[in-house]
Write a protein that binds this ligand. Sequence first.
Ligand SMILES: [Zn+2]
Length: 265
Amino acid sequence: VIIDAHTHVHPDADGMGERYDARLETLLAALAASEVDRAVIFAEAVDVPYIKPIANAFVGACCAAHPDELIGFAAVHPAEPDAPDRLEEAVRTYGLRGLKLHQRFQGVAADDPRAIALVRRAAAMGLPVNVDAHLWKGAPLRMQRPILIDDLCKAAPEARIILAHAGGWQFMDALAVVVANENAWLELSIALGYYDGTPFEAPFLFALRQAGAERLIWGSDHPQKPMQETLERGRACLRRHGFGEEEQALIFGENLRALLDGEAP
Ligand SMILES: [Zn+2]
């Protein structure tokens, strides 16, 4: 089973920015035209120029209509009063399977007590947590650093934490978090294609090798990137760097399936 760990749909076609088609039909068409079997879609408790808010109810409705294709992750802003209770209610109401946190777009660092409280509740409910770990616009860089996720991993040791975009421009820090914490995984969306064919390809793939295939999770970031093409390029790049078929089966689906089914530590 191939699972895309990172895709977006939005009730508005331009909800992910004018350049992208974020409609549900477009994601379903990409899935149908690709080897990917299932895709994670995220609610977004943010309001920034790059993503408009995406309600848990919308994600739940998409997943209910397409239960074989879609896996929904909930979002609650960590600064909201009663955020952990709101998460629990959203998950129970809409059948969501994980939590999405966004340091730079929510303006709450991963080591903030409010983020920790939310992640602890996700862990208590058996939900994996996808934390954005790419440094970019939206908030001061110092509060987006992947190394802050080390504190989150240690403050919520029972949580299973996925570092989105493998730390982006700070991928060696993200690697350090994965080496230092058994409850952390690197998610490869954007980053793998970004470094592919550049002088940073070898250092990035060195970091992935050091993390190990059982700690890597593939995603495309559809609609920002084309799903099937991203899959093929990612496979080729990983193969060039010695990741065999069994390792690729872990990276392209099995690791995330195990996390969703509560099998991993
Ligand atoms: Zn994304």
